[in-house]
Design a protein around this ligand. Sequence first.
Ligand SMILES: [Zn+2]
Length: 303
Amino acid sequence: MCWRCFSNSNISHPEAPLEALPGASSRRGFLNHWGAGLGLAALVHADAQAQVDVGQSSSMRKLIPAESLEQSARQQYRQTLSEANSKGALAPDDYPQLKRLRAIANQLIPFTSQWNPDARKWKWEVNLIGSKQLNAWCMPGGKIAFYTGILDQLQLTDDEVAMIMGHEMAHALREHARERLAKSKATSMGLSVASQLLGLGQLGDVAANVGTQLLTLKYSRDDETEADLVGLEIAARGGFKPEASVQLWKKMLGATGGGKGQPSFLSTHPSGNNRIQELEANLPKVAHLYEQARQNPAGTQLN
Ligand SMILES: [Zn+2]
């Protein structure tokens, strides 16, 4: 997961060394938008009602204009890709692992807008970066990156990749970064939530230059749980086996020493076991979505 979702001793810094990808010479033209998932409403069949219960998004987030934040995210995304590209660590479009990631994203994107109607307008992008980090993230506005480390070290199946991708998409859809920034700004200004909401309007300047903050924000445990459940549902609707979410976290626990020793991602995040229990409790809620998707894969036949 994004290192903030999954911070541990392996991931001490978001800017871990990049590693050149075999067969991936520096590529040009990678800035093309990859715009799958447009005009797909018709493909999203019945039962659009959310099955997992995560409540409403925080209204605090509205203090930060979504557009400014998304623009800032776009800039940061370009910069990250550009840096990787200059080191031969950005996977080209025909790189098999990248094609696989994009195919999985195509299956999930049709089921994102029910969590955030604005996502219909997002220009989703998925890229793969060469690095040993167990890392993946989705910036506001749908800019996704996976690191080769998480795919290779955990030997992820497609179902497991879909769970990670759904989780990261959920952070963006539920606007957790926007919420975190709004809350930290309100706190630093010494203002109450009420005075912010009633008097000051939007804090456009906060979103203008967040830059690398987007790569270092830490989400709350509640955000993480929410992302787990929303991601689980999106992946199930996309035709990915819900049980893979549990398998994924077991692998994560194995890869990070089961929480023994310090530091561990378990010290700052919901414990792996709690996470697994929460996911297991929610499997029955999404089982029928997975079955429906398997029987009628209309939403999965996307370019
Ligand atoms: Zn997370």
